[in-house]
Design a protein around this ligand. Structure first.
Ligand code: SF4
Length: 403
């Protein structure tokens, strides 16, 4: 146990952050590697990305390996079995298969990786040939997450994407030809210039491809993005967005996909192991510029600037910029809010714990939402109904534990 106030030689930090990085996860964590580069910045994107340049790749990979090696010095690394590894970004598929393979090998040298662990690579259709995909498979990638977003070239252009619908079709075909048996497709609805019929056509075509998993999110105008700065004239109105959501739930349900999370759909046996960790409030370690981690009760984030990230590693220190220790009530609150997004819902005991001082209030809330057809409290679990999912954020906020 690192005493509160004692500085950690790896992070240079003291107190709870030092304890979290020295003691490691209590359970089996997921590992996230942030691959920073994209060919361009999409006007709706607020992720930490940098423009791809050939000469930036080697220093970036070197830094990522050094960050991993720092964690490898900790005693907990060798006793921590990893069940999921996720290459996110950015556009990880801009990295060569040999680079992805080198990182997978480095992770496996640092932490024992469970047999059959899920290893996901996010990919964009650009440059995604069968040969490249064969390389990723040979490197150990088991699951591909393909950023299709739309199958209408006019909508893709409005989204500032760098690929056409035809390139997305070819990329999915190439993934199958390379032998990927677990492919997830990302789609966006509520996009500029996208009506209900257009959304339905794209969705139906993707369903026809037969992916094992779909992630379908409504486009949001995140502060600081180009879309948030200049008003969009041709966004679908609220009624259309709702109709798009309903068409998605109905169409994907009829095609045999389970809506296991509000925006995520899977064929049996194909839920995302890694992303379920986030929704269940479980631990994960994030590596790379701007990556977030959650170990023990401490959440921390790496430096976002690749130069500052690398400079910290050059000094032999973990590149952590900020951290916070969640109180038991905050942690419980997060598990309630995210857990309610899942079809499996949450244990009723979590709510009982959060409302220990006001059990009558909890019973009143559960009765009110139950009567409104928004929530089901059955036996030991509480979950949202289909109607309740549309109000998940508001219901989650009501069910937060008292501070
Ligand atoms: S490709 Fe993805 S990560 Fe890159 S800028 Fe576009 S939305 Fe953001």
């Amino acid at each position: 146990m690192v005493a509160a106030g004692a500085a950690d030689p790896l992070s240079g930090a003291a107190g709870p952050l030092a304890a979290a990085t020295r003691e490691g996860p209590a359970g089996t964590p997921g590992i996230y590697l942030h691959c920073l580069f994209c060919l361009r910045r999409c006007p709706y994107c607020d992720f930490n990305v940098a423009l791809y340049r050939e000469d930036r790749i080697a220093p970036f990979l070197d830094a990522l390996h050094r960050e991993l090696a720092l964690y490898g010095r900790e005693a907990w690394a060798s006793r921590t079995a990893v069940e999921s590894l996720f290459f996110g970004g950015g556009t990880p598929s801009l990295l060569e298969p040999a680079a992805i393979g080198g990182l997978i090998e480095a992770v496996a040298r640092t932490f024992p990786v469970q047999p059959g662990a899920e290893i996901t690579l996010e990919a964009n259709p650009e440059r995604l040939t069968r040969e490249r995909l064969l390389g990723y498979r040979a490197a150990g990638v088991t699951r591909l997450s393909l950023g299709v977003q739309a199958l209408d070239d006019r909508v893709l252009a409005r989204l500032g994407r760098g690929h056409t619908a035809e390139e997305a079709r070819r990329a999915f075909g190439a993934a199958r030809a390379a032998g990927f048996a677990a492919v997830s497709v990302d789609l966006l609805y509520a996009c500029p210039g996208q009506d209900l019929a257009g959304w339905g056509r794209g969705l139906a075509e993707v369903v026809g491809w037969g992916p094992e998993h779909l992630s379908c999110y409504a486009l949001t105008l995140e502060p600081g993005t180009a879309f948030a700065r200049r008003p969009l004239q041709d966004l679908p109105d609220e009624e259309t967005q709702l109709a798009q959501y309903r068409a998605m739930v109905e169409g994907l349900g009829a095609a045999g996909y389970e809506q296991y999370e509000i925006s995520n759909f899977a064929r049996p046996g194909h839920r995302s192991v890694h992303n379920q960790r986030y929704w269940r409030g479980e631990e994960y370690l994030g590596l790379g510029p701007g990556a977030h981690s959650f170990l023990g009760a401490v959440r921390f984030a790496n430096l976002r600037s690749q130069l500052r990230y690398r400079a910290r590693l050059d000094a032999g220190l973990l590149p952590i910029e900020s951290w916070e220790r969640l109180s038991p009530a905050q942690r419980l609150g997060e598990r309630i809010v995210f857990g309610l997004r899942l079809a499996e819902g949450i244990p009723r005991t979590w709510l009982a714990e959060g409302f220990a001082a006001a059990p009558a209030t909890l019973e009143r809330l559960l009765a009110r939402y139950g009567e409104a057809g928004l929530l089901l409290a059955e036996g030991e679990r509480v979950r949202l109904t289909e109607a309740g999912r549309l109000l998940a954020d508001a219901i989650g906020a009501d069910l937060l534990p008292a501070a």
